[in-house]
Design a protein around this ligand. Structure first.
Ligand SMILES: Nc1ncnc2c1ncn2[C@@H]1O[C@H](COP(=O)(O)OP(=O)(O)OP(=O)(O)O)[C@@H](O)[C@H]1O
Ligand SMILES: [Mg+2]
Length: 319
């Protein structure tokens, strides 16, 4: 079983509005409402890929009920802690004439210390039957920024593979808790090491820098693939995967699809190269769909053949 954790789950409302302009009144030509938040998106993709998954996290108020109902309707197993405050709704406006996407994310609920402890208990219980736990997305208000770090520590004693995909302060804490894998995008990786990357060499170097902060494996997703520092027979190896970028219909959530694909392959016990390839294929496939986490599993498998994978010489010694 794979557990996805979404502490700031949401209802994602996607609106297609041609010729969208600020300050004007518009009508949507297409709209879709889905349960969202990064962990939920990952759960949706894992389900589409045929992997056993349970989505957990916090859900509150009428929006929280809606999130749980939508997941249940999609046959995605879920077990959320109910909280007092209302879960958020995130709205994204896609202009099909320009491809521009505008997002407005609500601030979201504040979570109490007691609710956090209820969640901790639930997670440790669920993790007893799990091989992988993925923490993805932002933290809700009211919790300590080291919450992911402390949950990763809680899982340390079990055999569970811990994975973190978040940004900012929570990510800085999380890497130090030595999770099995972190998967920032370029921006999140720059934030983590504290400087921007101008060249391929700087990106390569950053992979070692992040690795030295604590995680066992690091994957940096790139708009055209990924840099992956993975363990092969206990040794750290750096791989560069690339795929011809496509004209995206909706880019949002491609990082989540990447991670779901990578973890699905890993759950099946595939070798690292194949896991990275499949992740990139899933990320690419998902950009062709309107709605985060949606994917055509067969098409993603076919796309694996289009992914180039090379070993990269590490420029810095890794301890
Ligand atoms: N236009 C594209 N064509 C093909 N593949 C793409 C495209 N955009 C993204 N991808 C793939 O999707 C994966 C994730 O991309 P990216 O780093 O942009 O994710 P992200 O910023 O974390 O996205 P999000 O947080 O919205 O899910 C990458 O492996 C990349 O190869
Ligand atoms: Mg991402």
């Amino acid at each position: 079983m794979i557990i996805t954790v979404t502490l700031n789950a949401a209802i994602d409302k996607s609106l297609a509005v041609p010729n969208f302009r600020l300050g004007r009144r518009h009508r949507t030509v297409e709209q879709r409402t889905m349960a969202g938040g990064k962990g939920v998106n990952i759960a949706r993709t894992l389900k589409a890929l045929g992997q056993p998954v349970i989505a957990t996290g916090f859900a509150g108020g009428a929006t929280g009920t809606h999130i749980v109902e939508q997941l249940t309707e999609e046959s995605i197993l879920n077990d959320f802690v109910r909280i007092r405050e209302e879960s958020r709704t995130n709205t994204s406006v896609l202009d099909p004439t320009t491809g521009a996407q505008t997002e407005i994310n609500e601030r979201g609920p504040s979570v109490t210390a007691r609710e956090v402890e209820l969640f901790r208990d639930k997670l440790l219980y669920l993790a007893r039957g799990a091989a992988i736990v993925v923490f993805a997305g932002s933290l809700p208000r009211g919790v300590e920024p080291d919450l992911y770090a402390s949950l990763v520590h809680d899982l340390e004693r079990s055999d569970v593979t811990s994975v973190v995909d978040t940004d900012g302060e929570p990510m800085r804490h999380a890497v130090r808790a030595e999770p099995d894998l972190v998967s920032p995008n370029v921006l999140e990786a720059e934030e983590l090491v504290g400087h921007e990357f101008a060249t391929d060499e700087e990106r390569t170097l950053a992979m070692s820098e992040i690795g030295e902060l604590g995680p066992r494996e690091v994957i940096m997703t790139l708009p055209d693939g990924a840099l992956a520092q993975v363990l092969v027979d206990g040794q750290r190896r750096l791989k560069r995967a690339s795929i011809e970028p496509r004209e995206p219909i909706a880019k949002r959530g491609s990082g989540d699809a990447f991670l779901a694909g990578y973890l699905a392959a890993r759950y099946e016990g595939r070798p690292p190269d194949q896991c990275v390839r499949f992740g990139v294929a899933c990320g690419a496939e998902s950009t062709g769909r309107f709605g985060a986490g949606l994917i055509d599993a067969r098409e993603a498998r076919r796309l694996m053949g289009d992914v180039d994978l090379v070993d990269v010489e590490q420029t810095a010694e890794v301890s």
